[in-house]
Design a protein around this ligand. Structure first.
Ligand code: APR
Length: 174
């Protein structure tokens, strides 16, 4: 199957520049911004994003909430809160899997065609990258097998460690 028809792809670089229907934000439970990809998304989207986030009342780990994308090329932002890695004994795997599933469910509800994910919890939240990337690919492939929407998911690798893991998990798609 050529890459064009592939429903799960790996892309490199800054998620805020992607012209997709929705980008996913690796947020914290306040939804009021932060560092990492959260900070970059808020800077690129402009102040209206924070204004809308203030109306959402936060978000629990593993859950996701939708806002508009404002000045971003993407029309929507799906904010999800991944788990903080605390050694693996506090259901971190399940919470990370839930972040992918609930974000995809919002995209499917909106009948979005294209969604881009950063590597949730793989930065500040310290989740082991190989383990997190396996969960991401497993959950997204399972969701896509059960739903026509979104038509395509882009996994965004911003750093080399994540790129290497996705390349190993999805040979031929990088
Ligand atoms: N585009 C795509 N991916 C990016 C970008 C970007 N512009 N900037 C960073 N990343 C990648 C990181 O390299 C990492 O692989 O996103 C992944 C997630 O890293 P973080 O942004 O640190 O997110 P996370 O580990 O989930 O921690 C969330 O960090 O920014 C705060 O408010 C946020 O408290 C929350 C915490």
């Amino acid at each position: 199957m050529n890459a064009g028809a592939r429903r799960l792809r790996v892309v490199y670089g800054d998620i805020t520049r992607l012209e997709v229907d929705a980008i996913v934000n690796a947020a914290n439970s306040t939804l009021l911004g932060g560092g990492g990809v959260d900070g970059t998304i808020h800077r690129a989207a402009g102040p209206e994003l924070l204004a809308e986030c203030r109306t959402l009342g936060g978000c629990s780990p593993g859950q996701s909430k939708l806002t508009r994308g404002y000045r971003l090329p993407a029309r929507w932002v799906i904010h999800t809160v991944g788990p903080v890695w605390r050694g693996g004994g506090e259901r971190e795997d399940e919470v990370l899997a839930s972040s992918y599933r609930t974000a995809l469910a919002l995209a499917a509800d909106k009948r979005l065609a294209t969604v881009a994910f950063p590597a949730i919890s793989c930065g500040v939240y310290g989740f082991p990258i190989p383990r997190a990337c396996r969960i991401a690919v497993r959950e997204i492939e399972a969701f896509l097998a059960s739903s026509p929407h979104p038509a395509r998911v882009d996994l965004v690798a911003f750093d080399e460690a994540v790129r290497r893991e996705y390349a190993a998990l999805l040979p031929g798609s990088v």
